[in-house]
Design a protein around this ligand. Structure first.
Ligand SMILES: Nc1nc2c(ncn2[C@@H]2O[C@H](COP(=O)(O)OP(=O)(O)OP(=O)(O)O)[C@@H](O)[C@H]2O)c(=O)[nH]1
Length: 302
């Protein structure tokens, strides 16, 4: 089948943004998809705008040029699927995947033509999948896998730059009874409520994780043992205030749920597992003391 369509029309209707530039980078082709991706009218940019203006920096524009002329990367005069950003007319960053070819004549570089595939939806999907992979669905807090990654990375920071790091280990008291007496759904409600309490009670630099079924961890960078103990007490009070089955609640239910909290501060030389274990041991001391209280890890006692 013969398609009766000329090249200009082909470029104009191409669903991917197409931009061609002269040797000096002045835009010479700017199709409809480029207009909608970048928010400029073709008329306003053709012959007027330099392609460098749509890249996030001059450094990035130079890098793209270098890549195109590098023999090793994609072959001289080509770029295939290079991921970068461009700036739209509102100076917002738009993720794109760039494929481009140099226009050569008599061995001289005369300009280039690029296909700027919009990656906004794909990047949003990647971000959402990444978020899902580190989040616990029920509580909305970070999950255990993310906890190990974050603690290890924070301990590296402490080793390198100093500054404190504390952990609060939280385990619920009497939670099994909630499930057994009021049902699993009511138990789930409490986990959700804890998610809210922990998120609301923390600074931006602190992070809350669901560590196990009814066990949670708070990681507090640049926080001393003293300050972490104060925060643990605040979290305990906040939970008792909010939860309808807490020992402080006026609920007539026989079931009582509270928190046992253990606090540990990291020392520079200790392994990650031991730091976590210290918070866990302190929490266990709180449980042994009857629950609904905060205990700190003390080396001499354990
Ligand atoms: N509803 C609900 N229950 C859960 C979930 N994950 C774990 N559990 C329950 O949490 C309970 C944890 O058991 P325990 O650690 O003995 O609970 P506890 O009664 O607080 O006992 P102590 O920790 O010894 O004070 C079990 O009944 C689990 O089935 C969950 O996602 N939803």
């Amino acid at each position: 089948m013969h398609l009766n369509i000329n090249q200009a029309e082909l470029i104009s209707i191409c669903p991917d943004p197409v931009i061609a530039v002269s040797r000096r980078g002045i835009v010479s082709v700017f199709n409809r998809s480029a207009e909608s991706l970048l928010g400029y009218d073709a008329e306003a940019v053709i012959g007027k705008m330099n392609i460098r203006q749509i890249y996030p920096s001059h450094l990035e524009a130079r890098k793209i040029m270098r890549l195109m002329m590098d023999e090793q990367m994609y072959g001289v005069g080509r770029i295939e699927g290079y991921e970068t950003y461009v700036l739209n007319s509102r100076r917002e960053r738009v993720p794109i995947r760039l494929s481009a070819a140099a226009l050569m004549a008599n061995g001289q570089y005369r300009g280039s033509v690029g296909f700027f595939h919009d990656m906004t939806r794909q990047k949003a999907l990647e971000t959402s999948l990444l978020k899902q992979s580190i989040t616990d669905d029920l509580s909305g807090l970070f999950n255990q896998r993310h906890f190990y990654v974050q603690v290890a990375s924070e301990m590296m920071r402490v080793k390198r730059y100093g500054g404190g790091l504390s952990l609060i280990c939280i385990d619920l008291d009497g939670f099994k009874q909630v499930n057994d007496t009021l049902g699993h759904l009511e138990g789930d409600q409490i986990i959700r409520q804890i998610g809210r309490v922990l998120r609301d009670g923390l600074r931006d630099s602190d992070q809350a994780f669901r560590y196990g079924g009814d066990e949670f961890m708070l990681m507090l960078p640049n926080t001393s043992m003293e300050d972490a103990c104060n925060l643990a007490s605040r979290v305990r009070s906040l939970f008792n205030l909010e939860c309808s089955y807490s020992p402080d609640a006026l609920s007539h239910a026989d079931v009582k749920v509270s928190m046992s909290l253990g606090v540990a501060a990291c020392t520079e030389a200790e392994p990650v597992d031991y730091f976590i274990q210290k918070a866990d041991m302190a929490m266990y001391s709180a449980k042994q003391a009857g629950g609904n209280c905060v205990k700190r890890f003390a080396e001499d006692k354990h």
